[in-house]
Design a protein around this ligand. Structure first.
Ligand code: VG1
Ligand code: CO
Length: 548
């Protein structure tokens, strides 16, 4: 029998107990994924839970991190053995998360598998991750991820084809068993979608007129996308992009576009002769950080500003159906929604909660405080989309990033905002902090702390307005009578110990105070958060690992 027609073999396996997807898929250290059968079990659990019809098409790609190529080969052989008719895979195994979502939707597929641990570091001792996206292009909802987890706990066997590896580096069609593998250009469909949404002519004119941009791909997946869009399609000079060669270990960096980990870009934008505009994206290309010259745009403000200016971009000229933000994201966008007369939804953390709202046509733009912004053009957050949106707004308004942001605050008031992350805390200590807080909730309302009085405390829960599904335990909220708030949450994407996130927000309508640094403006709330949580005593941590 010719090798490419080899029969599927059924391999006997035993379950792993720890394959529970978190905020965004299953993330573990690379050596965990390299254990025999570990990846295979999870992939079979995905296939068993979605039971694809014979001949269905799957999309497959990842952010190029260490183990990406090996995992792609395994999944291709398993897809063939599980009856898929075709797999669309990005050349070299590459697809950014937003590009994967775009391709899933464009070619009417049965969904896709995305290999990424997003902003987590990569390399042999770094992290790897895998998630399933449904036919709408969005992350599988909790109902599906729970089904996958429960199958993973009882799995006894998986199916795989015993064939040679597929040539991933050349665009073309290959047969494995009865299945076709289409190796596609990972950038083309996505770049075309971006051109349909934004005024590329206006942005090209802006750049040709001397407006200087700097985009940092952080040696992650967006490098080739940035090269095609900024250099080839928008005519930006070569030095407009940096770190645009994807590396399996992200150049030993932490591909998280924030003020701490994207410091190379931050130093350029805060240095002498700084460019007019700076931006970065994360490991899998779905996050964005926006900088002006000597200026940082808080992601919650970015969502509000894009919402207020949406009609300046051709793709949103008709207006927005509504907006949505995750619960810890600041309420800046809520104020814009009121003025626009459109609904605003508050969901739990994680992009999967926006999918139903977008599918039902209830919202157009969505965002999270964690550098995630996007719209219903796909079903994932989208880093380069946010960058292009900002450039489109600037090209029309002819104002700097700082001027646009300050004008926004002057009009709507400023939701002063910060997030403090305490990473790699022993799980027991982190759980102790959360329990201590929750235990205090019964007696907190009405109590006064400095200039703040507690109004309500709760553990956020969400009822999906489309399918009625309920998600509980989504973050501890302390809401004060003046609308300020402190939120405590444990991360669902970390792989080492626990990460405690503290989200702080206060509203300030007074322009005279809008120049204040957020840490200064929020200093009293930061102190209250420390007192109420006993974080220092319980974890020994005095300073956050990351401040945004
Ligand atoms: C974090 C962010 C969340 C985001 C998630 C996935 O989750 O807070 O807003 O949706 O990462 O982003 P957590 O549970 O660690 O707080 V990505 O770009 O890592 O896929
Ligand atoms: Co990401």
């Amino acid at each position: 029998m010719p090798e490419h027609l080899s029969a599927a073999v059924t391999i006997t396996t035993t379950p792993f107990s720890d394959q529970k997807p978190g905020t965004s898929g299953l993330r573990k250290r690379v050596p965990v994924f390299q254990q025999p059968h570990y990846l295979e079990n999870f992939v079979q659990a995905i296939f068993d839970s979605i039971s694809p019809p014979q001949g269905a098409t799957l999309v497959l790609g990842g952010d190029g991190r260490y183990y990406n190529r090996e995992a792609i080969q395994i999944i291709l052989k398993m897809a063939a053995a599980n009856g898929f008719g075709r797999v669309l895979v990005g050349q070299g195994g590459i697809l950014s998360t937003p590009a994967a979502s775009c391709v899933i939707r464009k070619y009417a597929t049965f969904g896709g598998i995305i290999l990424s641990a997003s902003h987590n570091p990569g390399g042999p001792d770094g992290d790897f991750g895998i998630k399933y996206n449904t036919a709408n292009g969005g992350p599988a909802p909790e109902k599906i991820t729970e089904a996958i987890f429960s199958l993973s706990k009882t799995i006894m066997q998986y199916r795989i084809l015993d064939v040679a590896d597929v040539a991933l580096d050349t665009v073309g069609e290959y047969a494995i068993g009865k299945m076709t593998v289409s190796v596609i250009n990972p950038v083309a469909d996505y770049a075309e979608l971006m051109e349909s949404l934004f005024d590329f002519d206006a942005i090209r004119t802006l750049i040709a007129g001397g407006f200087r941009i700097k985009f940092d791909a952080m040696h992650a997946v967006n490098g080739p996308y940035a090269r095609e869009i900024f250099l080839n399609r928008l005519g930006a000079p070569v030095d407009s992009i940096m770190n645009c060669v994807p590396l399996p270990d992200f150049g030993n960096g932490h591909p998280d576009p924030n003020l701490t980990y994207a410091h190379e870009l931050v130093e350029i934008l805060y240095g002498e002769n700084a460019p007019d505009f700076g931006a970065a994206s994360d490991g899998d290309g779905d996050r964005n950080m926006i900088l002006g010259r000597h200026f940082f745009v808080n992601p919650s403000d970015s969502l509000a500003i894009l919402t207020a200016n949406a009609k300046l971009a051709p793709g949103y000229r008709e207006g927005l159906a509504g907006v949505a933000r995750s619960m810890p994201t600041s309420a800046a966008v809520d104020r814009v929604a009121v003025e626009l007369g459109i609904p605003c939804f508050e969901t739990p953390t994680g992009w999967k909660f926006f999918g139903n709202l977008m599918d039902a046509g209830k919202v157009t733009l969505c965002g999270e405080e964690s550098f995630g912004t996007g719209s219903s053009h796909i079903r994932e957050k989208d880093g380069l989309w946010a960058v292009l949106f900002w450039l489109n707004v600037i090209a029309v308004r002819r104002q700097s990033v700082e001027e646009i942001t300050r004008a926004h605050w002057a009009h709507f008031g400023r939701n002063v905002y910060s997030r403090h992350d305490f990473e790699a805390i022993p799980s027991d200590a982190a759980n102790g902090v959360m329990k201590h807080l929750k235990d205090g909730f019964a007696t907190l309302p009405g109590q006064k702390f400095g200039s703040y009085t507690v109004d309500v405390c709760d553990d956020f829960s969400y009822t999906d307005p489309v399918d009625g599904s309920i998600s509980t335990g989504q973050g501890l909220r302390i809401l004060f009578t003046d609308g300020s708030r402190i939120v405590f949450r444990l991360s669902g994407t970390g792989t080492e110990g626990a990460t405690v996130r503290i989200y702080l927000e206060a509203y300030d309508p007074d322009v005279a105070r809008h120049h204040l640094d957020a840490q200064v403006a929020l200093s009293e709330l930061i102190g209250i958060a420390g007192d109420l949580s006993q974080l220092v005593a319980r974890t020994g941590r005095v300073q956050p690992t990351v401040i945004t």
